[in-house]
Design a protein around this ligand. Structure first.
Ligand code: NAG
Ligand code: NAG
Ligand code: NAG
Ligand code: NAG
Ligand code: NAG
Ligand code: NAG
Ligand code: NAG
Ligand code: NAG
Ligand code: NAG
Length: 517
C-alpha cells in the first residue's frame, strides 16, 4: 500500500526524477561528490510518531539500575586495553576446533584478540546435556541463565559503560555461543541469493551473508536443530536484477520475495510452523522494508535486520526487529583500512557535515548552519576549494562532533564512519531506532538531537561540558570493535553483534511463564 501510494505521489511531485527516490544508492559512497540529483524526497511518511512501539522485550537487557562500574577516566582506558592486548593470541579458542580458515586476509586483524568463550571451560558432561536440549528447551535454558546472570566486573573484552547492562549482555552472548543454531536455506539462485556484495554503503547485508554462509559455529545442516532460519538474499542484488530503471516500481521485487517464501513454505514445514517468526533476513538497502510488503507473514513476523530502521513506517518493529548498522566499505579486502582519528586536542572543528541534500533534514541543517559559523563546518557536497585542503575523512578525524542527519531514509553510513574516525556522532533522525539499542546505551557515546532542535544545534553542543565530551569520545573508541567487520569474525565484532541481536529477538519469543518455571 505504502509503495503504491508513495509512487503515485512521487510521480506527481517529481515526474522527471531519474532515480527511484527512496534510495541513497551509491551516491553517498562516492565521498559525497556533487551530483545533479533532485534534492528532496519530502518524506511522505514522516509522521512524527514518537517511538510509541510496543516494547516486547521480556529478556531485560536494559535494566536501568545503576551500573556498579564507574566510568574510568581517560588515562585508565589505556591500561585496560593494553592489559587485554597482552593476552597471548594463541589463547583464542576455536569453537569445537572446527573454525573455518579459508580466505583469511592479513590486513584487518588489528584488534585485540578476545578471551576464549566461557564454554571452553565447561565440562564435557554439561556441554553434552546442553547440546541435547531441543531448540525450544535451549531457548528456555538461555532465558533462565540470562535472568540469573553473574555480575560482570572489569571484563577484559567488554567495556561496561557502553551497555545498558553488561552482565546480562555478556550472559546472553555466551548463551548464543553455546546454544544458537541457524539453518540457511539452500534455495534461491545467484545473484539475488548466496552472492554477497561487499562494497559500498549497503555492504552490511553482503558482509553478514558472506560470514553467515561461511560460518561453522552457528550453522546447522539439520533444520530440526535450528533456532533460527536465515533467508540469504540481498536487496542490493534484488534491485540490480529486478528493478526496471526509471520505473519507480518496486512491486516486482516484493512479488519475487513473496513467491520465494511461498515456495519455501510449501516445500518445508518450518515456515508454517511458526508463520515465519523464527525466520530472519538481513537487508541494508533502503528498500529493504518495502520489498516485504507483498507477503503478510514475511512483513509482520520475520525478524528483520534492517538499516532502514524507521519506527514510524510500521514495518520495522522496535524490540522485535534489529537495527542493522550501515557501514561504508570501500575496499572489501581491507574493511578496516584507515581507521582512527586525531586526539581531542587536535580536533579544532566543533562539528562537521558534508553531503548531498537528501531528505527533509539536511536542507534544514544547511539553511541554519551552512557557511555561517566557523566552528560548525556544514556543507552540501564538500566543495573542491575545501576538499583540496582537507579530505572528507580528515574532516571527520579533526572534528569533535560529526553530524549524522538522515538522508532519504533515517539511517546514514556516517554514524559508523564517525565511530571509525573517533568522532562523537550527533544523530538527527527522529524516528530512527539506533543500532543495537537493545544492548548499547547510545547516550554514553553519542548526542541525539531532535529535528526541531536544529536551530539550537550549536548551543546544544557547546553546553556539553568538556569532561562529558572526553568520556563520550573515549567510549566511541571503546565501541569501535563492535562495529568492525573481519574476514574471519572474532568475538563481539559486528557480525556477532548483529547475530546476537537476532538471537535476542528470538529469545524474546519464549513465553515468560515458561522461563519462570
Ligand atoms: C568523486 O571525487 C573524487 C575526487 O575528486 C574522484 O576520485 C571520484 O572518482 C569521484 N566519484 C564519483 C562517483 O564521481
Ligand atoms: C559539481 O561538479 C561538476 C563537475 O566536477 C562541476 O562542474 C560543478 O560546478 C559542481 N557543482 C557544484 C554545485 O559544486
Ligand atoms: C526492565 O528493567 C527496567 C528497569 O529495572 C524495568 O523498569 C522494566 O520493567 C524491566 N522490564 C521487564 C520486561 O522486566
Ligand atoms: C543486570 O542484569 C542482571 C541479570 O539480569 C541483574 O541481576 C542485574 O541487577 C542487572 N544489573 C544492573 C546494573 O542493572
Ligand atoms: C561494586 O563494586 C565494588 C568494588 O568493585 C564492590 O565492593 C561492591 O560490592 C559492588 N557492589 C555491588 C552492588 O555489586
Ligand atoms: C604464546 O603461547 C605459545 C604457546 O603457549 C608460545 O609458544 C608463544 O611463545 C606465546 N607467545 C607470546 C607472544 O607470548
Ligand atoms: C574455569 O574453571 C576454573 C576451575 O573450575 C575456574 O577457577 C576459572 O575461574 C574458570 N574460568 C572462567 C573464565 O570461568
Ligand atoms: C503451508 O501453508 C500454505 C498456505 O496455507 C500451504 O499452501 C502449504 O502447502 C503449507 N506447507 C506445508 C508444508 O504444508
Ligand atoms: C547511559 O548513559 C548515560 C550517559 O552516560 C547515563 O547517564 C545512564 O545512566 C546510562 N544508562 C545505563 C542504563 O547505564
Amino acid at each position: 500500500m505504502y509503495v503504491v501510494t508513495l509512487v503515485g505521489y512521487l510521480l506527481i511531485q517529481f515526474g522527471s526524477l531519474l532515480i527511484y527516490p527512496f534510495c541513497d544508492c551509491e551516491v553517498e559512497s562516492a565521498i559525497y561528490n556533487n551530483t545533479s540529483r533532485a534534492t528532496s524526497r519530502n518524506s511522505h511518511f514522516a509522521s512524527h510518531n514518537q517511538l510509541a512501539v510496543a516494547q516486547i522485550v521480556p529478556v531485560n537487557l536494559s535494566a536501568s539500575a545503576k551500573q556498579n562500574q564507574s566510568v574510568p577516566e581517560v588515562g585508565e582506558i589505556k591500561q585496560l586495553s593494553s592489559r587485554s592486548r597482552k593476552k597471548n593470541r594463541t589463547t583464542t579458542h576455536r569453537r569445537r576446533g572446527r573454525r573455518h580458515r579459508k580466505n583469511v586476509e592479513p590486513f584487518d586483524e588489528i584488534t585485540t584478540p578476545p578471551s576464549p568463550p566461557s564454554y571452553a571451560n565447561m565440562s564435557k558432561e554439561v556441554l553434552r546435556q546442553i547440546w541435547s536440549l531441543t531448540p525450544h528447551e535451549g531457548l528456555v535454558h538461555a532465558r533462565k541463565e540470562i535472568e540469573n546472570a553473574p555480575l560482570v566486573q572489569d571484563d577484559p573484552d567488554l567495556y561496561a559503560p557502553l551497555f545498558h547492562n553488561v552482565s546480562s549482555f555478556k550472559r546472553s552472548y555466551e548463551m548464543m555461543e553455546l546454544i544458537l543454531k541457524v539453518y540457511i536455506y539452500k534455495e534461491g539462485k545467484r545473484p539475488i541469493f548466496h552472492q554477497p556484495h561487499l562494497q559500498g554503503i549497503y555492504s552490511s547485508e553482503g558482509w553478514f551473508m558472506k560470514l553467515m554462509e561461511e560460518n561453522r559455529e552457528f550453522v546447522t545442516m539439520d533444520p530440526e536443530k535450528a533456532h533460527l532460519f536465515y533467508l540469504p538474499y540481498s536487496v542490493r542484488q534484488l534491485q540490480w536484477a529486478l528493478y526496471v530503471p526509471n520505473s519507480h516500481n518496486i512491486r516486482p521485487l516484493s512479488i519475487f520475495l513473496r513467491n520465494h517464501v511461498n515456495m519455501l513454505a510449501a516445500k518445508y514445514p518450518f515456515w508454517n510452523r511458526s508463520h515465519g517468526s523464527d525466520h530472519f533476513l538481513v537487508a541494508c538497502h533502503d528498500w529493504g522494508p518495502y520489498t516485504l510488503n507483498a507477503h503478510k507473514e514475511l512483513r509482520r513476523n520475520t525478524i528483520k535486520a534492517l538499516c532502514n530502521a524507521d519506527v514510524s513506517e510500521k514495518i520495522f518493529i522496535e524490540g522485535k526487529d534489529v537495527s542493522l548498522p550501515e557501514t561504508t566499505i570501500k575496499n572489501p579486502t581491507r574493511p578496516l583500512r584507515n581507521l582512527g582519528g586525531k586526539r581531542v586536542s587536535q580536533r579544532p572543528i566543533l562539528a562537521f557535515f558534508a553531503g548531498n541534500m537528501h531528505g527533509r533534514v539536511r536542507p534544514k541543517l544547511l539553511k541554519y548552519w551552512g557557511d555561517k559559523d566557523g566552528d560548525l563546518r556544514i556543507y552540501g557536497p564538500l566543495p573542491k576549494r575545501v576538499s583540496q585542503k582537507m579530505s572528507y575523512p580528515d574532516h571527520m578525524k579533526s572534528s569533535k562532533y560529526c553530524i549524522c542527519p538522515m538522508g532519504y531514509e533515517v539511517n546514514s553510513p556516517r554514524i559508523v564512519e564517525a565511530i571509525y574516525y573517533e568522532c562523537v556522532p550527533v544523530i538527527i533522525a527522529d524516528n530512527f531506532a539506533l543500532p543495537f539499542s537493545e544492548v548499547l546505551n547510545w547516550s554514553a557515546f553519542s548526542v541525539i538531537v531532535a529535528e526541531k532542535d536544529i536551530p539550537r544545534l550549536k548551543k546544544i553542543l557547546l553546553e556539553i561540558p568538556l569532561k562529558r565530551y572526553l568520556v563520550m569520545q573515549t567510549n566511541v573508541k571503546m565501541l569501535q570493535k563492535h562495529f568492525h567487520w573481519h574476514s574471519r569474525p572474532i568475538r563481539y565484532d559486528l557480525f556477532h553483534m548483529i547475530l546476537h541481536s537476532i538471537w535476542l529477538s528470538r529469545l524474546n519469543q519464549v513465553q515468560v511463564h515458561e522461563s519462570a518455571q
